[in-house]
Write a protein that binds this ligand. Structure first.
Ligand code: HEM
Length: 422
């Protein structure tokens, strides 16, 4: 049997706990071709260039799985629109701009900062619950509930509906996990959950049409700017996208954060006394242990010369973000976790037109969470290192993170002032 390629070894769940030596191997040849025609790109400059290249498409209809043909929807059954993460200009740009207006600057500058005191409150509540015991599964007890609650708040999902929403989020994540059944089973389950979620969002949109609130969906519905309002079907696809794109990614960042701090006790102690460190620390975490390790959703729509290779039109790409983040030609001492690093233009939120829409929220959530955890958990320690990982090579993160601690310090009186991100 042929020796598995380095890329195949990266995909192998047996290598999930530490894929970084494999990435170093990959970088020795910046562009490699797999037997199935996928081109694997592993060096910073080449990934960066392709992210900004208009000859690279995010639209799955350009996938060579369909023989390079653009799939046409069945005329009897118009397919629901793709979310903007899977579209190219000009549709991508129009929809993203519409979604951006109620989400952040310049139109709604206070949206994320306005969520900070509330995020502190949720974080405080989750840490309070840890005080009843001396050990916890950090993923289930902390990192998992926080981001989905934040997305509910953003979308305006009423409090009483949030448990159902958590269930859907869990179900979607499971269907992304290759270990949870056959491809067909997972696809069927995903369709079921998407149908239920679609119905739920549809009712939510109806209620916001009748009575707009201060949430993102209401913002999209009441927008008076150019190209507004967003068509209803696109709005439903956008709401679904925000849940999927913003959930497990943030779970993994917070969990990787805790894991990395427990492996670097000096940094954890520093964060406790110096909460302002959290801003550069979270950027370094993103570089060092990126929640999205690679993107495999792009296809070339023309021949592209890069890294001494011509990638032909219609080729699937695997952009190895985590390998680029540790490229020694871009980052000094890249395998060192350096919370003071300032020259840190990592690839973890990508770059170019699809740069992560939720980056300000993900950063704020993680900053709040890690600063509070460093302050309140007394003598936290890992029970197992490495922890068990989910098999997914793209959205990489621990499935469980068992920790022990001696005690939990009390919450501050005024939770709104509990942390400062510097
Ligand atoms: C640490 C957490 C996160 C990481 C590492 C992350 C990473 C990424 C990456 C790599 C992309 C590019 C995907 C692609 O084009 O192939 C992306 C796009 C996106 N992210 Fe995030 N994300 C995070 C959190 C969030 C959150 C909290 C939200 C929602 C509030 C969000 C919403 C989106 C959306 C809507 C896109 C599509 C942008 C576009 O196509 O223009 N993300 N994210």
């Amino acid at each position: 049997m042929a020796q598995p390629s380095i890329y195949q070894q990266v995909l192998d769940p047996a290598n999930r706990a530490n894929p970084y030596p494999l990435y170093a191997e990959l970088r020795k040849t910046p562009v490699t071709r797999e037997d199935d025609g996928t081109y694997v790109i592993s060096t910073y400059n080449e990934i960066f260039a392709l992210l900004h290249d208009p000859r690279v498409s995010s639209d799955p209809r350009h996938r060579p799985g369909a023989g390079g043909k653009t799939a046409q929807p069945d005329p009897g059954q118009p397919a629901p629109p793709l979310p903007f993460i899977s579209r190219d200009p000009p549709d991508h740009d129009r929809l993203r701009e519409l979604a951006m207006r109620p989400f952040g600057p310049p139109c709604t500058p206070g949206r994320i900062d306005g969520m900070r005191p509330w995020l502190v409150e949720i974080t405080t509540g989750l840490i309070d619950k840890l005080a009843d015991k001396n050990s916890a599964d950090f993923v289930d007890d902390f990192a998992y509930p926080l981001p989905v609650t934040a997305i509910c708040e953003l979308l305006g999902v009423p409090l009483e509906d949030q448990p159902r929403f958590h269930e859907w989020a869990d179900a979607i994540i499971e269907t992304i996990d290759p270990a949870t059944g056959t491809f067909e089973e997972r696809a069927r389950k995903r369709d079921e959950v998407n149908a239920e979620l679609g119905q739920y969002f549809s009712h939510l949109v109806d209620s916001r049409v009748r009575q707009p609130g201060d949430d993102l969906i209401s913002g999209l519905l009441t927008d008076q700017g150019p190209n507004a309002p967003m068509p209803r079907e696109d709005l439903l696809a956008t709401a679904n996208l925000l849940l999927v794109a913003g959930h497990e990614t943030t779970v993994n960042l917070i969990t990787n954060g805790m894991l990395t701090l427990l492996r670097h006790r000096d940094v954890l102690d520093r964060l406790n006394h110096e909460p302002g460190l959290v801003t550069t620390l979270v950027e370094e975490l993103l570089r060092y242990e990126p929640p999205v390790q690679m993107r495999t959703n792009r296809t070339t729509v023309a021949d592209i010369n890069i890294g001494g290779t011509t990638i032909p039109k219609g080729s699937p790409l695997a952009l190895m973000l985590a390998a680029g983040n540790r490229d020694p030609s871009r980052f000094a001492d890249p395998d060192r976790f350096d919370p003071d690093r300032t020259d840190n233009a990592h690839l973890s939120f990508l770059g170019g037109i699809h740069y992560c829409f939720g980056a300000p929220l993900a950063r704020t959530e993680t900053q709040v969470a890690l600063a509070e955890l460093a302050r309140r958990l007394i003598s936290p320690r890992l029970v197992a290192d490495p922890p068990p990982y989910r098999p997914n090579p793209e959205l990489r993160g621990p499935r469980h993170l068992l920790i022990e601690y001696d005690a939990v310090a009390p919450a501050r009186q005024k939770t709104g002032q509990a942390v400062s991100s510097g």
